[in-house]
Design a protein around this ligand. Structure first.
Ligand code: SAM
Length: 309
């Protein structure tokens, strides 16, 4: 196994055991787990060079970007966010800048753009640098997840490491699998899942995922030397789910479906389903939102080549 890959594996193992390298919870809050940003921090220290950089999609209020940047002040960190979600008062960008100032962090650049616009013109922002660590934590719909992986390809360093957050979601795992199976040069190196989205967990269970991998992780390695086994995250090939999505898009008012669904929930119209014969069978074990379908998946598993070494 090459030295670079061994370093990456050790970063993941170490973060799993010891969590974050540095934490500033007095300043930094957000949506991430200690093992996750502990891995980002260790990778930054171990594998970034003068010619490479860290890139993140989905900065929110800066927990992962700033936590990682503060551990490696000599390297460059870029974060893309259009601040379209979880930012009703439009304060997140300013908050990140204030937090960076408070923590004396001067090595980050925010790219306030939709991820597609930013990635299509990435050299405008990162110049000649290559992306050695790519953290995907932006929009989680299937197409965006896949596009985040496809559009970054020309900018990746030789042995780039890609971390896809929220891989608890089945459609995120599907996008990862679709990418991996069509790009054999990239291999799944590590996967870890939690029982549900943290918002759907009890306080005690939530504590465990805050210490760990939050809402599931897939770590992908650009395996130029073909050292790793072919390995894919678990998905189901459910034609009734994925292909019927076309039917929803092709109706007369597809863009209003989301609004209709919210009204349906808000006014408890769902209660009407009581009158359907077997509502329990339909809804048992499901949450109002944030259903991940990750129950029973592994809490942590390396690629078979690593397990055998
Ligand atoms: C789950 S949050 C990221 C959490 C963050 N990494 C942290 O440390 O707390 C997802 C972020 O993705 C951003 N986002 C969603 N869709 C986007 C898009 N199309 N382009 C760029 N950013 C987007 C949202 O504005 C939001 O801030």
């Amino acid at each position: 196994m090459n030295d670079h890959l061994s370093k990456v594996i050790n970063c993941i193992k170490d973060a799993n055991l010891k969590g974050a390298l540095m934490r500033r919870e007095d300043v930094l809050t957000g949506f991430s787990g200690h093992a996750l940003y502990g891995t980002l921090q260790r990778l930054s220290k171990e594998i970034l060079t003068k010619e490479t950089c860290y890139l993140e999609i989905g900065v929110f209020q800066g927990l992962t970007l700033l936590s990682t940047a503060m551990t490696s002040p000599e390297h460059e960190f870029f974060g893309i966010d259009n601040f379209a979600f979880f930012d009703p008062d439009k304060k997140n960008k300013q908050l990140i800048e204030e937090r960076a100032k408070k923590l004396d962090i001067t090595n980050i650049q925010l790219i306030n753009k939709d991820y597609e616009d930013a990635l299509e013109n990435l050299s405008t922002y990162i110049g000649n640098k290559k992306v050695a660590i790519y953290f995907v934590d932006g929009p989680h719909d299937y197409r965006s997840q896949l596009m985040c992986l496809l559009l970054i390809k020309p900018f990746l360093a030789e042995n780039a490491v890609i971390l896809v957050d929220d891989s608890n979601y089945r459609h995120v795992r599907q996008a990862n699998r679709d990418f991996l199976i069509t790009h054999p040069e990239f291999k799944l190196l590590y996967q870890a899942y939690t029982e549900a989205h943290p918002a759907n967990l009890s306080e005690a269970k939530k504590e465990k995922v805050v210490q760990g991998w939050w809402n599931g992780i897939n770590i992908i390695y650009r395996d130029k030397n073909n050292e790793l086994d072919a390995f894919y995250p678990e998905t189901i090939r459910d034609r009734s789910l994925y292909e019927n999505e076309h039917i929803l898009q092709a109706i007369r008012y597809p863009e209003h479906l989301h609004l209709m669904w919210r009204i349906f929930y808000k006014f408890r119209l769902i209660e009407l389903l009581k009158f359907i014969k077997k509502p329990k069978a339909i809804f048992q074990g499901k949450y109002a939102s944030g259903n991940t379908y990750s129950e029973g998946l592994t809490e942590g598993e390396f690629n078979k080549t690593v397990q055998a070494s």
